[in-house]
Design a protein around this ligand. Sequence first.
Ligand SMILES: Cc1cc2nc3c(=O)[nH]c(=O)nc-3n(C[C@H](O)[C@H](O)[C@H](O)COP(=O)(O)OP(=O)(O)OC[C@H]3O[C@@H](n4cnc5c(N)ncnc54)[C@H](O)[C@@H]3O)c2cc1C
Length: 316
Amino acid sequence: MKITVVGAGISGLTAARICKDAGHDVTVFETKGFIGGACAIDEDNNPRFGAHILHTNNRMVWEFIAKYCSIKKYDHYVIARTDAGEVPVPFNYWSELLIGKKTDEELLNLIFRHYTMRQWGISYDDLPEDTRKRVKVRRGGTDCRYFTDLYQGIPDYKQLFTNLRKDIDVLTGVAGGDWRNNDAELVFYSGCISDFSTDECLQYRTCDFEESKITTHCPVLNNCTSWTNERWTRIHNFRSMGIGSKSMMETPRPCKYGEMRLYPLTVDEKQVNKYNQLMRDLPIHCIPIGRVAKYLYLDMDDAIYSTMILVNSSIK
Ligand SMILES: Cc1cc2nc3c(=O)[nH]c(=O)nc-3n(C[C@H](O)[C@H](O)[C@H](O)COP(=O)(O)OP(=O)(O)OC[C@H]3O[C@@H](n4cnc5c(N)ncnc54)[C@H](O)[C@@H]3O)c2cc1C
């Protein structure tokens, strides 16, 4: 079967690999001049859009990625810069030793409220429940790691992308509508589905990434303070993670048309209804995959797993 994959992020490349291995004729279209989407790396192996740690309890996903690249063993640590000082998050035994006992409400004020405003441009209380639940307010015990999943590490992305795209035509730097000329029987689509309409109605956040002026020794420093007007949310110190050489500052802002859609902002029912309407208007042979097209705040493992399931059931 002739299959088009739109987008060469982790979802698109996963879809392309599965289809190719099943014997189909696959072409991938990518508007950017590079592949990898939000997980892309630059020429010096530094992540372009923030560190991407693979953390999952899903063995199938872990084994899928491990088949195509080596995965460096890595446990992730995050420090929050707060009004009371710098503390490990989620707030745990060690954080309490540093700044004393705190109620949940105090922790929300110290760690979550100002960060949320910078990240999403809305208040913590207006965040959807599932977004709020992603980071625990506190964690009992002495485990200081940010993630507690069974499998954790950093894939060798260069190797991963090279092997996932092996023997597949991947066209980069194309125009957003070029894939339509390929006349495929089936399309796996990882772009934004509002591109099928004339109305850019779904909201996303994008980020500016720049070399950090602030030095930090921890892998990630979160900006949770109330006293600064600086809008950055995180500093990713790639050197301390053993990948790349840079320290990168991440500053979120609303996403304009044509920019990299990094975080779906599904805050109100109106957005969800618009998404559902767009889904109903989608051509029958187009199947949305991944974080942007499904308009869900998916981590890599969920993006990969949902793509595996959808693709396998569609090409049967
Ligand atoms: C700063 C940041 C840090 C993150 N850190 C982690 C982490 O540590 N661990 C983790 O598990 N997850 C992390 N994530 C989430 C992770 O990035 C996503 O789950 C994953 O990258 C989603 O991949 P995707 O392929 O679905 O989407 P994307 O990576 O967004 O790929 C979509 C691709 O489609 C292309 N495209 C769009 N429209 C078109 C079109 N019309 N024609 C051709 N191409 C098109 C885009 O250019 C893009 O390359 C992070 C996300 C961000 C923003």
